[in-house]
Design a protein around this ligand. Structure first.
Ligand code: CA
Length: 228
């Protein structure tokens, strides 16, 4: 379990890091908002302890930004004692829980354990990129050359299935099994119909389709770049 401690008071930061390390966590520390933002955007944490009053970027601004960017990492906010409006703002901004300063380390650790238990799921939105295609597997959005493409749920599911197997030839049967439910009729041409819809939405004018047909075998998502 890896925890990010965001706290600008050196003594408190160190106490937190020591207590967490003693409890068996891997700990990274940030002493200002900018560093914290960089770490959350580039690393994977199981939880973040977040002080609100921080140099460079304050805690509430950070939290809102992370939630807007789809980060679901559990965040435990450290608030000033008795500051109810900080608690309210923290919760409104996407905090999962808060602890008022000064706190007992045992309480903080207990709340952290509870947060991590609740947050056992993919922690950050996962991006899948193939050629000029990018998928956000959490929000189910898709972009081609940074232009967003609006897809139905089924179109998205089919595209993600292909994008997770870039360059591989995927049979209609494979697609049907993973993207359609048990009511799929193997004699229908529904897979082909959806492939055509995706091509209409994704393909670049005057260029080969990003979804290739392999006659008698199935479909293949182009990796982009050269011709094959
Ligand atoms: Ca502070």
């Amino acid at each position: 379990m890896r925890i990010l401690v965001v706290e600008d008071q050196p003594r408190l930061s160190e106490q937190l890091a020591d207590a967490l390390a003693d409890a068996g966590y891997a700990v990274d520390r940030a002493v200002d908002g900018k560093r914290a933002d960089f770490l959350v955007e580039t690393e994977r944490y199981d939880a973040v302890l977040l002080d609100l009053g921080l140099p460079k970027i304050d805690g509430l601004t950070l939290l809102r930004k992370w939630r807007e960017n789809g980060h679901t990492v559990p965040v435990l906010v450290l608030t000033a004692r008795g500051s109810w409006h900080e608690k309210v703002q923290g919760i409104d901004s996407g905090a999962d829980d808060y602890v008022a300063k000064p706190f007992r380390m045992e309480e903080l650790l207990a709340r952290l354990r509870a947060l991590i238990r609740r947050g056992q799921q993919p922690l950050v939105a996962e991006r899948v990129s193939v050629g000029g295609l990018t998928l956000d597997t959490r929000s189910h959005r898709a972009w081609i050359d940074e232009r967003e493409v609006v897809l139905t749920a089924k179109e998205y599911a089919l595209l993600e299935f292909l994008a997770r197997r870039p360059g591989a030839v995927v049979s209609r049967a494979d697609i049907a099994e993973h993207v359609w439910d048990e009511h799929y009729d193997p004699l229908s041409n529904v897979v082909d119909v959806y492939i055509q819809r995706l091509r209409r939405k994704l393909d670049r004018t005057g260029e080969a389709s990003i979804i290739r047909t392999r006659r008698g075998e199935g479909y293949q998502l182009s990796m982009g770049g050269g011709v094959s």
